[in-house]
Ligand binder design. Structure first.
Ligand SMILES: Nc1nc2c(c(=O)[nH]1)N[C@H]1C(S)=C(S)[C@@H](COP(=O)(O)OP(=O)(O)OC[C@H]3O[C@@H](n4cnc5c(=O)[nH]c(N)nc54)[C@H](O)[C@@H]3O)O[C@H]1N2
Ligand SMILES: Nc1nc2c(c(=O)[nH]1)N[C@H]1C(S)=C(S)[C@@H](COP(=O)(O)OP(=O)(O)OC[C@H]3O[C@@H](n4cnc5c(=O)[nH]c(N)nc54)[C@H](O)[C@@H]3O)O[C@H]1N2
Ligand SMILES: [Mo]
Length: 763
């Protein structure tokens, strides 16, 4: 099957695929990797291949992969034929490279050799693996363990992450800042309190049985395209999809628009009943509370009329705690406050509540539009409360579904990347290793940043990711990283964080998930991952490694570990050479991982049991807990009255990026082409502030910590977004996100509600 045939065929069916043709060239520089991606994603591999695109569940893992644009881009990006060799680093000083864009750095291709920064020449230079490991080990051993920060990005496999946490804990710290701290942390915190486990309760199949899906604060058209296919099937069955998103996102609008030519998205008349609400930024908690108020009122009316109850009284009595207290808070909340904070009307919310009340099985999904606010944990508790009202959890077609980002971010947590690891995990590690584990909580991302800024942290090890670009106050964080004694980056492609080397800096290139990983005996290794629906499965690559010098993440972790803590407790060489042995160890340590090696080798892998899906609540009350929280006194939207021309900014992803990786400069669904320095503003706001669509603007963060945060020269894009709210792209806008503004209990930067002033640039 040629690439062209594929694209042609798919573009008629799924829409948007035509554009992949040009996008493919942008992403990979040629057609070949694109064709390769097609092969990989459709390959009939016994051990499966896990797409690094996102964490959405996969119905036919290991046999016929569901195609999606996101996946093709992610795979093509990794299989590029371009290389950044030691010659490249000999040509360019680090100082010069720092002036390059994110896009230009990553587009140089795959890293090929281990490198060490030479401060005399300002170049990265080739070294041997053994030299790198020995020096890193020596430098780590010169520190107190708590002076080192061990970051993980969510693409790391279960095996690499498990080995990493083993090493780091043997070394003596729980400092595990993790990309999840900036992502779904609020979901983990809220759900642990609500249902006893920080994960979603939905199986992919539940979407086939849902009568309604409520989608809060996410853009699946871009970030989880395969989810759109599952939503589409819901409307095609004549069921409802109710969207809450402050932006009119095309992927979801088309879905809701009967005029749309994309038949499969509209499903004929079914889609007319699909609803789209545009709350103000941070207004979802108020919106859900409004719906809950209406449910209680309808239930009272039903009771009075002797009709069937609206709330699931039996479920609430048998399975929950705390409804009465929450109900009192809901009833005490005024409609005025709900309408002001959400920006939605009571009538509108009544239509959404009607869908909820007339549906037997409801799923609630959410992502970054919910988790990156100050009151994210409370908002997720409110969503959970709302779902408990009609027993929408732990039965077919119903449940809570935080939609994870990185393809293995959930798995990394499961296998021990956790700065506050649960006691049973540490106990099990102690039993396995026969030595004590550190028990003091370690650092999350913001605490690691705090330690770096304070000068108490001395080393940073990054297992993947792009820490300084993904974190708020990027320039400040970059400066802090660059003052450390030791900085080690394990990565596949060059990014800005790699150019921060501190006193001793290393770039260690690793195999990507698309590549064949063979051990010393030539036996092909697989890794495993866990998706958003707690399915754990194997993944093996089919491409030849980008360079002979590459090592697997597992080998790199083992190499550093051996040089740092020695091999008395753990035989690192043995584990590094056989992922099955790592999995045997995981099976001994982690609950639910019995028979791990066999169970990940069947199509689709296995489901890691989540007791809440079976209405078993591992909370202190042994019940699902309603959470009773007041609405925020004022959201950022309401704080705008504190200053002139203030707006609330959300920082999000364009269609052509993967987090800090910029595939290309277009945001096709939002109609932006060839640029990223744009701000989406409501046309009414333009008129009110005297700005025009032709203006360039400067954005300055409104804060009282005396740090000047500004970006300048951004172009205005008039857009359908609530007045007072604006939007633009991460990572560029991380320059505006304050590291000292974060979610209650989640410590997630408030990347979706930054108070900024917008000013016209002088021409
Ligand atoms: N192609 C691609 N796929 C990806 C990624 C990528 O960068 N590119 N990243 C991966 C990762 S790590 C993650 S975490 C996920 C992210 O997936 P998303 O959460 O979809 O990512 P964002 O682009 O941040 O989009 C946030 C969405 O929430 C809306 N929103 C913002 N604030 C609010 C609010 O206050 N209320 C409501 N109701 N809506 C709001 C925005 O308009 C936007 O539609 O995607 C994963 N998949
Ligand atoms: N303002 C703002 N900031 C945000 C967000 C936001 O919405 N707004 N979103 C946050 C979220 S949800 C997340 S998850 C974080 C993401 O933060 P990170 O996970 O740190 O960032 P990524 O951009 O995903 O990392 C990209 C780099 O990972 C490396 N890489 C890719 N594949 C592999 C691999 O297989 N192995 C290894 N070792 N390295 C690899 C490459 O070198 C690449 O340059 O950003 C957060 N930051
Ligand atoms: Mo994420």
């Amino acid at each position: 099957m040629s690439t062209d045939t594929f694209i042609g065929k798919k573009s008629n069916a799924a829409g948007g695929w035509g554009a992949l043709k040009s996008c493919g060239r942008h992403v990979v520089g040629s057609r070949r990797p694109l064709a390769n991606a097609m092969t990989m994603l459709s390959a009939n591999q016994p051990d499966g291949f896990d797409c690094p695109g996102c964490a959405w569940g996969d119905p036919n893992h290991g046999s016929s992969f569901e195609f999606c644009e996101n996946g093709v881009k992610a795979v093509s990006w990794e299989s590029t034929k371009l290389r950044v060799t030691p010659d490249f680093f000999a040509e360019h000083t680090v100082t010069e490279l720092r002036s390059w864009s994110d896009y230009d750095l990553e587009h140089q291709g795959r890293l090929t050799h281990p490198l060490r920064y030479n401060s005399d020449t300002d170049h990265y230079e080739r070294i041997t693996w053994d030299e790198a490991f020995a020096d890193i080990g020596e430098r780590l051993n010169a520190l107190q363990p708590d002076q080192a920060e061990f970051y993980t990005s969510g693409r790391a496999s279960n095996e690499a992450a498990f080995l990493y946490q083993t090493f780091v804990r043997l070394y003596g710290t729980n400092n595990f800042p993790d990309c999840s701290n900036m992502c779904h942390e609020a979901s983990g915190v809220a759900l642990t309190d609500a249902i006893g486990i920080g994960k979603g309760t939905v199986h992919l199949e539940d979407f086939e049985h849902a009568d309604a899906v409520f989608v809060f604060g996410q853009n699946p058209g871009t970030n989880h395209p395969r989810m759109l296919a599952d939503l589409r099937k819901v409307t095609m069955r004549g069921k409802q999809v109710v969207v809450f998103n402050n932006l009119k996102e095309k992927g979801l609008v088309r879905f809701a628009d009967p005029q749309n030519k994309i038949e499969m998205l509209t499903g004929g008349s079914e889609a007319t009943s699909t609803m789209y609400f545009q709350p103000r930024l941070g207004g979802d908690m108020a919106a859900v509370r409004g719906m809950a108020k209406l449910v209680f009122a309808a239930d009272d009316a039903a009771l009075a009329a002797g009709a069937e109850r609206i709330i699931d009284d039996a479920f609430i009595a048998e399975h929950t705690r705390g409804m009465a207290e929450w109900r009192a808070i809901v009833e005490a909340t005024s409609w005025e406050q709900i309408e002001e904070q959400s920006g939605l009307t009571r009538d509108g919310l009544a239509r959404a509540a009607e869908v909820y009340m007339t549906s037997d099985a409801v799923i609630a999904t959410w992502a970054m539009g919910i988790t990156q606010h100050r009151h994210s944990v409370q908002t997720i508790r409110e969503i959970s409360n709302f779902m408990f009202l009609r027993g929408n959890i732990g039965r077919p077609g119903a449940g809570l579904c935080p939609v994870r980002g990185h393809s293995n971010v959930q798995g990394d947590r499961t296998v021990g990347i956790n700065e506050k690891a649960p006691k049973p995990l540490l106990d099990a590690m102690e039993r396995e290793l026969g030595v004590p584990m550190p028990r003091d909580p370690g650092h999350n991302v913001l605490e690691a940043i705090g330690a770096m800024l304070a000068g108490t942290a001395k080393a940073f090890i990054g297992l993947g990711g792009n820490f300084s670009r993904a974190t708020p106050d990027s320039a400040l964080i970059a400066g802090a990283l660059d003052r450390l004694d030791l900085v080690v980056h394990v990565g596949t492609k060059l990014n800005h964080c790699h150019l921060l080397h501190g006193k001793a800096g290393y770039i260690l290139p690793c195999l990507g998930r698309t590549e064949i990983d063979r051990n010393s005996k030539g036996v092909r290794q697989i890794v495993t991952v866990e998706d958003s629906m707690s399915m754990v499965h194997g993944s093996g690559g089919i491409n030849q490694p980008a360079s002979k010098e590459l090592k697997s993440e597992v080998s790199i972790v083992a190499g550093i570990a051996k040089a740092t803590v020695g091999s008395k407790v753990v035989d690192w060489d043995m584990l590094a050479d056989d992922n099955d042995k790592i999995r045997d160890m995981m099976a001994r340590v982690l609950p639910g991982f019995d028979d791990y090696n066999a169970r990940v080798r069947v199509p689709r892998g296995f489901w890691l049991r989540n007791p809440a899906t079976e209405r078993e609540w591992r909370t202190p009350t042994e019940r699902a807990n309603f959470g009773s929280f007041a609405l925020p006194e004022r959201t950022e939207w309401q704080m705008r009255e504190d200053g002139q021309d203030l707006f609330v900014l959300q920082t999000m992803r364009s269609h052509d990026q993967y987090n800090t990786t910029i595939y290309a400069m277009d945001d096709r669904y939002r109609g932006v082409y060839g640029e990223r320095e744009v701000v989406f503003i409501n046309p009414a706001d333009l008129a009110a502030t005297g700005l025009t669509a032709k203006d360039r603007v400067t954005l300055v963060t409104h804060s009282n910590d005396n740090i000047d945060r500004r970006i300048t020269g951004f172009r205005i894009v008039p857009y359908d977004i609530p007045p007072g709210c604006i939007a633009g792209y991460y990572p560029e806008l991380n320059a505006l996100v304050p590291h000292n503004s974060f979610g209650d209990r989640s410590f997630t930067p408030t990347s979706k509600s930054v108070l900024v002033k917008v000013m016209r640039d002088a021409v």
